[in-house]
Design a protein around this ligand. Structure first.
Ligand code: GUN
Length: 294
C-alpha cells in the first residue's frame, strides 16, 4: 500500500507554478490575478477563501477577495460578477458556494464569464470538458488527475467506480476518467446494491459526503482508493471542536488498497492546485488569443 501524498505533490507543483510566475514577471508580463467573491460568514467558506488567498500569495499571483453581507440581493451580486467580468486586470473569478438561499447559484455560475470561470462550473466549460477540448476543469477532479499522473497510477482499461454524482466532483470525474481510458461506473444515492459495483472497482473514488462510508469489505484487493470526502465531525477532545473525516475508513481500507489518499493531506491540497493551474491557464489563453488576434 502506498499513500498518495497530496501535500507533497501540491508543494512540488506550487514550486513549479511559482517559477512560471517569476518568469512572467521577469518578462514584464501580466501576473495572474484571481478574484474570489465571498457572501456572508459561513465558517467553512471563509476558511476555504482564506486558503486560496494564501496559495495565491505563495505562488506570486495577485488576489482579491470581494466580501458581501448575507443580505446582498441576487441582482446586486450579479452586478458585482459583471464588474469582475469587465475588469481586464482580473483573470479568474470564483464565487464561493454555497450562497444564501435567496440567490440562485445557477444564475450566478452562468453570469461569470466562461473565460474567467476558473472553477469550471459554467455550462460552456462543462461542455468543452465533456468533449475533451481545452477548458477550465473543476478543481477537485483536475487535482485528482494530477495526483494519479504524478504517481503514474495506471488508468487505461481499468474499471473506475465513482460514488457520488455531484456537478462539482462525480459528474466531471466520470468524464475525465473516461478520457483516461477507464471504464466508468457512477453510483449514487438511488443505486441499488451499491456494494456489488464498488467491489468491481480497480479505482474507487468516494465523493458522497458520508464520513467513513467505505470499508475494506466493500473493495477489491489492491484497489486504488481516492477519498474526496471532507466532513467536519464534532469532537470535544479536539481544540477546534471538530475533526475532518473523509468518506473512507482509512485504517480499515488502507491495508487492502494499492494506493490510497489520506484525509486531510490527500485530495484537498490538490484541489487548491487545480485552481492555481486554471488561473495561470487563463492568463496564458488570454496572451494566446491577443497574439492571434493581432
Ligand atoms: N464550495 C465548495 N467547493 C467549492 C468550489 O470548488 N468552488 C466554489 N466556488 N465553491 C465551493
Amino acid at each position: 500500500m502506498q499513500t498518495l501524498n497530496g501535500n507533497a505533490v501540491a508543494k512540488t507543483l506550487k514550486a513549479k507554478i511559482k517559477i512560471e510566475v517569476d518568469q512572467l514577471k521577469a518578462e514584464g508580463k501580466k501576473v495572474p490575478h484571481l478574484a474570489a467573491i465571498l457572501v456572508g460568514s459561513v465558517g467553512a467558506s471563509m476558511t476555504y477563501v482564506a486558503a486560496k488567498e494564501k496559495d495565491c500569495f505563495e505562488v506570486g499571483f495577485d488576489s482579491t477577495v470581494l466580501r458581501f453581507p448575507e443580505s446582498i440581493t441576487e441582482a446586486e451580486l450579479l452586478n458585482e460578477v459583471e464588474k469582475v467580468n469587465n475588469n481586464a486586470d482580473i483573470d479568474g473569478l470564483i464565487v464561493q458556494l454555497p450562497l444564501p438561499k435567496h440567490i440562485s447559484e445557477k444564475k450566478v455560475t452562468e453570469t461569470i464569464s466562461w473565460k474567467k470561470d476558473v472553477d469550471g462550473f459554467h455550462p460552456m466549460n462543462v461542455g468543452l470538458m465533456f468533449k475533451g477540448l481545452p477548458c477550465f476543469l473543476p478543481a477537485t477532479p483536475y487535482g485528482i488527475i494530477k495526483l494519479l499522473e504524478h504517481y503514474q497510477v495506471e488508468t487505461s482499461g481499468k474499471h473506475c467506480v465513482i460514488i457520488g454524482r455531484s456537478d462539482i466532483v462525480g459528474k466531471p470525474m466520470s468524464a475525465l476518467m473516461l478520457q483516461k481510458n477507464c471504464t466508468v461506473t457512477v453510483c449514487h444515492s438511488k443505486t441499488k446494491n451499491i456494494e456489488s459495483f464498488i467491489q468491481q472497482g480497480d479505482i474507487v473514488i468516494a465523493a458522497l459526503g458520508k464520513p467513513e462510508f467505505l470499508k475494506a469489505s466493500m473493495i477489491k484487493e489492491g484497489a486504488v482508493v481516492i477519498d474526496v470526502g471532507i466532513t467536519r465531525v464534532d469532537d470535544a477532545s479536539n481544540p477546534k471542536g471538530y475533526v475532518l473525516k473523509g468518506d473512507v475508513d482509512f485504517n480499515d481500507v488502507a491495508p487492502k488498497s494499492s494506493f490510497i489518499t489520506p484525509v486531510p493531506g490527500g485530495v484537498g491540497p490538490m484541489t487548491r492546485i487545480g485552481l492555481l493551474l486554471n488561473t495561470i491557464d487563463a492568463v496564458n489563453r488570454r496572451n494566446l488569443s491577443s497574439a492571434t488576434s493581432m
